[in-house]
Design a binder for this molecule. Structure first.
Ligand code: SAM
Length: 294
């Protein structure tokens, strides 16, 4: 497939990673509440005025819709708004475990040591875990590493919590919301020992390339949060996106390619994911990229 150029930079008013706002953009929304219609800085009375009617709280103690009020921000989203049916097993897991293992990406600083109950545990962030099968397997294979797994997809959050329960995992936490909010507002510098992004939405149409996650501005956001020596691992079955990833990562002064100037061989430690299986069924070639934070 033909090479895909590095996406053009997006206008400040609507970018993947907007500059820190003068006004706080983080709005803590209680579980089950409607999305906020006014900025967090507005008095509570104004904030409730003009709100859309509250969605019925399906999981009263579960993940909140739009925890950071990101609809307010005019930020380009890297994910599809997909609902998906939540099975009884997933709903049960959300209700049983969200309070203990769930994290709302509401923009407030996150203490990872406290979250995992062990300040010495190395933490790897996975963005876009989908249904979480690979996440749970990797967490089970490496109990000495904490996995902070982020997605916006409620059925997947329920599935991963269910798997964590079934496997008896204590090293997985499930975050709900836009990963950009986590990276931009919530994590301290050098708090991550790794970052995994497996089969991110490829956004194949040219007009949607600005929604792709792996872009220079994303790397600039991520680099300070990774410890020197941390591994950034990406995988995709969409060749033009793989080419873009390689170009953008190779062009960053903050990262070194672990495999010269090319793709990595498929590592044994990465389990097959649902989207990888779908890509292989369509005869797509899967590429892994393994880079080290300088
Ligand atoms: C194509 S799926 C891949 C899922 C999984 N990694 C796999 O390989 O099966 C991409 C996932 O990334 C999630 N995602 C995309 N952008 C995100 C963001 N900014 N914050 C959190 N999740 C995001 C989507 O909701 C979706 O579940």
């Amino acid at each position: 497939m033909s090479s895909s150029p590095t996406p053009p930079s997006t206008p400040a008013a609507e970018s993947l990673v907007p500059a820190a706002h003068a006004e706080p953009v983080a709005v803590a929304v209680p579980a089950g509440a409607a999305e906020p219609a006014a900025p967090a800085s507005a008095p509570a009375s104004e904030r409730s005025a003009g709100r859309p009617a509250a969605r019925p709280a399906k999981f009263p103690d579960g993940p909140a819709p739009d925890p950071a009020g990101s609809r307010e921000e005019h930020r380009i989203r890297t994910f599809h708004a997909r609902r998906g049916r939540v099975t009884d097993a997933q709903a049960g897991a959300l209700e049983r475990h969200w309070a203990e293992w769930g994290v709302e990406l509401d923009g407030s600083p996150l203490d990872l040591g406290k979250l995992f109950g062990d300040p010495s545990l190395p933490i790897v962030l996975e963005i876009g875990f989908g249904m979480g099968d690979a996440t749970a397997r990797m967490a089970a294979d490496d109990p000495a590493t904490g996995i902070l797994a982020v997605d916006v997809h409620t059925p997947g959050q329920g599935n991963l919590l269910n798997l964590a329960d079934q496997y008896g995992l204590t090293n997985v936490r499930v975050a709900n919301g836009d990963a950009i909010v986590l990276l931009r507002d919530m994590l301290p510098p050098e708090s991550l020992s790794g970052l995994r992004i497996y089969f991110p939405d490829p956004w194949p149409k040219a007009k949607h390339h600005k929604r792709r996650m792996i872009q220079p501005e994303f790397l600039a956001l991520v680099a300070p949060l990774l410890r020197p020596g941390a591994t950034l691992h990406c995988a995709t079955d969409w060749e033009p996106y793989a080419e873009q990833m390689l170009e953008v990562l190779s062009g960053s002064r903050d990262f070194t390619n672990q495999y010269g100037d090319g793709y990595a061989p498929r590592p044994d430690f990465r389990p097959m994911t649902k989207f990888e299986r779908q890509g292989l069924a369509k005869d797509h070639i899967v590429h892994d990229l393994l880079f080290t934070r300088r």
